[in-house]
Design a protein around this ligand. Structure first.
Ligand SMILES: NC(=O)c1ccc[n+]([C@@H]2O[C@H](COP(=O)([O-])OP(=O)(O)OC[C@H]3O[C@@H](n4cnc5c(N)ncnc54)[C@H](OP(=O)(O)O)[C@@H]3O)[C@@H](O)[C@H]2O)c1
Length: 348
């Protein structure tokens, strides 16, 4: 029987990629969101484009009963509605009440931490899988790091360098950044000495040169450009230093108020943006490295989230409760399953 998977925030930019990926993978997506008009318009547009309609249910985070109705009869829920500071808690609560797995694409460090903190015990007790940050930021870096570590159970440091050709942010990305900045109240955040550290520094973020593998080559990156990997990686790997970096051009795009939203350049709706994620793990003077590359950080988040749903529903998991991708899944196997969407060097 075809399993139904609810997508909360279905008509958002990332939600649409997730809905399409679920269909491609043989699942029946159920469109869920707070705006019934947008849901109906999306369902009708998809029916006209594909010849088969999709169901939709309106639900809002402030109305738990509407979320319960939306999730009734579904096998899992993917939350694509950000800022997740507002949506993750209520949707995880609803998933726990329904007894179904929850996956989200949150890139907000504080919201991801909240999910680990607030739901660890209840999700474990209910034997429900809750996987936050199951997307480009957070999920992919954790899978790559876990695969690079191999037989190492500890490391001295992990570096995740993002080589983005550009970054045209969606409204959801901008709103999530605003919420995270408000929550940090002017402070910056980094992962050092085995903990998340909030600090005040009036200077610009440090700039350094990162030697990405060919064909990207050396590029200027911002250091202390802290992403969700500082939550996912240390959630299950013993590493005191986790640093993330971003190409200067992409950080500039994100910061500029007039950078346009992503524009589709192919039939799958992907933008022209390309990415390289270069992960370096060091222990006692030894280094291991793994690199992933592909096109469009929003589009690639869909196969990441849907592969997670597929593995949970087919029992390919190693734990339950709240867990990051690298902990709950077999990282090399997961990365191999993504090969149509990303290239990984060395092959895993
Ligand atoms: N970790 C990663 O690598 C990664 C990758 C992709 C996306 N993301 C994150 O995913 C989120 C969505 O991104 P996007 O690109 O899809 O943005 P988007 O196109 O602007 O879509 C945002 C979606 O969230 C919904 N939404 C926002 N606040 C809501 C609320 N309180 N209740 C219900 N629905 C709400 C919006 O619905 P309305 O139209 O009704 O407001 C819309 O459907 C962002 O937080 C982004 O940072 C992370």
């Amino acid at each position: 029987m075809t399993e139904t998977v609810a997508v909360f925030g279905a008509y958002g930019h990332t939600g649409r990629f997730v809905v399409a990926e679920l269909r491609d993978r043989g699942y029946l997506p159920l469109l869920v969101g707070r705006d019934a008009g947008k849901l109906q318009a999306m369902a009708m547009a998809m029916a006209m484009a594909t010849g088969s309609g999709l169901g939709y249910r309106a639900a809002s985070t402030g109305d738990p009963a509407s979320l319960d109705r939306a999730l009734r009869g579904t096998a899992a829920v993917v939350n694509c509605a950000g800022p997740f500071a507002a949506t993750a808690g209520p949707v995880v609560e609803a998933a726990l009440r329904a007894g179904i797995p929850y996956v989200d694409v949150a890139a907000e460090i504080e919201a991801n931490l909240d999910t680990f903190t607030h739901f660890a015990e209840r999700a474990r007790a209910a034997r429900v899988a809750v996987v936050p940050a199951m997307a480009f930021y957070g999920g992919l870096g954790d899978l790559l790091t876990t695969a690079a570590m191999g037989d190492w159970t500890t490391a001295d440091e992990v570096h995740v360098a993002y080589g983005l050709s550009s970054w045209y942010p969606t409204a959801g990305t901008r709103a999530s950044g605003t919420v995270s900045r408000q929550r940090r109240d002017g402070r910056r955040v980094r992962y050092t000495g085995g903990r998340l550290e909030y600090y005040v520094d009036g200077a610009d973020l440090p700039t350094l040169e990162w030697d990405f593998p060919a064909p990207t080559g050396p590029r200027k990156v911002l250091g202390e450009f802290t992403m969700a990997d500082v939550v996912t990686i240390p959630s299950h790997l013993s590493v005191p230093e986790v640093r993330t970096y971003m190409t200067v051009e992409a950080a500039g795009d994100l910061a500029a108020a007039d950078t346009p939203v992503p524009v589709a350049v192919d039939e799958r709706g992907r933008s022209a943006q390309t990415f390289v994620v270069d992960v370096v793990v060091r222990r006692a003077g030894k280094e291991r490295r793994i690199v992933a590359s592909g096109q469009d950080i929003y589009a690639v988040s869909a196969p990441l989230a849907v592969e997670a749903v597929h593995r949970i529903l087919s029992g390919q998991t190693s734990t339950t409760g709240v867990a990051s991708a690298g902990e709950i899944f077999d990282a090399p196997g997961f990365l191999r399953a993504l090969y149509p969407h990303i290239s990984v060097t060395p092959a895993v």
